[in-house]
Design a protein around this ligand. Structure first.
Ligand code: PBG
Length: 333
């Protein structure tokens, strides 16, 4: 850093007029930075998510309509999350492997309706298990890592064959990225991207999502034996290093706003595409504060998204993505 001294340097000169502020702005937000998470459901599970005002669980045809709108706004990709009825869940999460299941059908429909839109799907068992965990449980209630990875690999290949562009393992089992990459190579799927939820924390900010997919009331215990301790930063870099070595193309930090230090460290350390997920609890928090009149809603949302860019995120998963892209399209935005 150069040495600066007042009054030769008056920092406020750069801030005095709008033209200069625009010319000295270091980071910008664009629709291409955003990924829209979307929930897909059927029957009477279709409808609003109570703890996420403005968020819908959509039937496949409505999902396709929304995907077309998202694509037209310049957003490159969506992340699809299934909501299953309790009757289709069991301890082994068997419906995750159903070739006619909700996710493969949704992938096919979206790729047919909007072929250029990137389709990202979660690889994890929690929408399909009646205990709400991302993995398989042993009799004593502990997670069986390696048995889970085998099932996840089959789930991943099923989704890749259905046309998913990006597989996003969100389960935090050890070794799953390598297993997925090996299976994709064996299946001749050399172009399928892996977006690893590499640094996913055991967070209190996932509550509304678990409401949305119906895994909250069911969840027995917590996810601290596989998701990361919020106290840890170095460990995130080790997770990311492993996933990159195993074949991840992109790595994710999750949640978002409280973990921007991890985003910055990941970008600085590895220089790979880094995604950050502004999760359901962050969405609910901003919405609640805005509804209470405590925040200027649009201003707070746009600031939160821009700060991900400043921290180093190349991609931002946010439930605000489409609305932010609409705002960015306004003249003078
Ligand atoms: C599950 C999964 C979760 C989210 C994305 N994938 C929840 C969890 O780990 O319990 C959370 C997303 C959000 O809160 O918006 N594998």
């Amino acid at each position: 850093m150069i040495e600066q001294r007042f009054p030769a340097t008056r920092m406020r000169r750069n801030r005095m007029q709008d033209f200069a502020r625009r010319m000295t702005r270091e980071h910008r937000l664009a629709p291409a930075d955003l990924i829209q998470p979307l929930f897909v459901a059927e029957g009477d599970l279709v409808g609003p998510v109570a703890s996420m005002p403005g968020i819908q669980r959509r039937a496949i045809d409505a999902l396709c309509t929304e995907c077309a709108r998202v694509h037209a706004l310049g957003i490159p990709a969506v992340a699809i999350f299934p909501v299953l009825p309790a009757a289709e869940k069991n301890a082994r999460g068997d419906s995750a492997l159903d070739p006619e299941g909700l996710v493969p059908r949704a992938i096919k429909a979206v790729k047919q309706a909007v072929p250029e839109l990137g389709v990202i799907v979660d690889i994890a068992l929690d929408p399909f298990t009646d205990h709400g965990h991302d993995g398989l449980l042993r009799a004593d209630g502990s997670i069986d890592n390696d048995a889970t990875v085998e099932v996840l690999t089959r789930q991943a290949i099923l989704y890749a064959r259905a046309g998913a562009d990006v597989l996003a393992p969100s389960d935090m089992m050890d070794g799953r990225v390598g297993a997925l990459r090996t299976a994709l190579e064996r299946d001749g799927r050399f172009d399928t991207l892996i977006l690893s939820y590499a640094a996913k924390y055991a967070s209190g900010f996932y509550g509304p999502f678990r409401d949305a997919v119906g895994s909250r009331t069911a969840l027995i215990g917590d996810k601290r034996s596989y998701q990361m301790d919020p106290a840890n930063g170095d460990e995130a870099l080790r997770e990311i290093a492993l996933d990159l070595r195993e074949g991840a193309d992109w790595v994710m930090v999750k949640p978002g706003m409280p973990y921007l230090d991890i985003v910055a460290r990941a970008k600085a350390e590895f220089g790979v595409p880094v995604a950050a997920y502004q999760v359901s609890g962050e969405y609910a928090m901003l919405e609640a504060a805005a509804a209470a009149g405590a925040l200027d809603r649009r201003r707070a949302i746009m600031e939160s998204l821009l700060c991900f860019r400043r921290a180093g995120a190349d991609m931002i998963l946010s439930y605000f993505a489409a609305e932010a892209a609409e705002w960015l399209a306004e003249p003078g935005a």
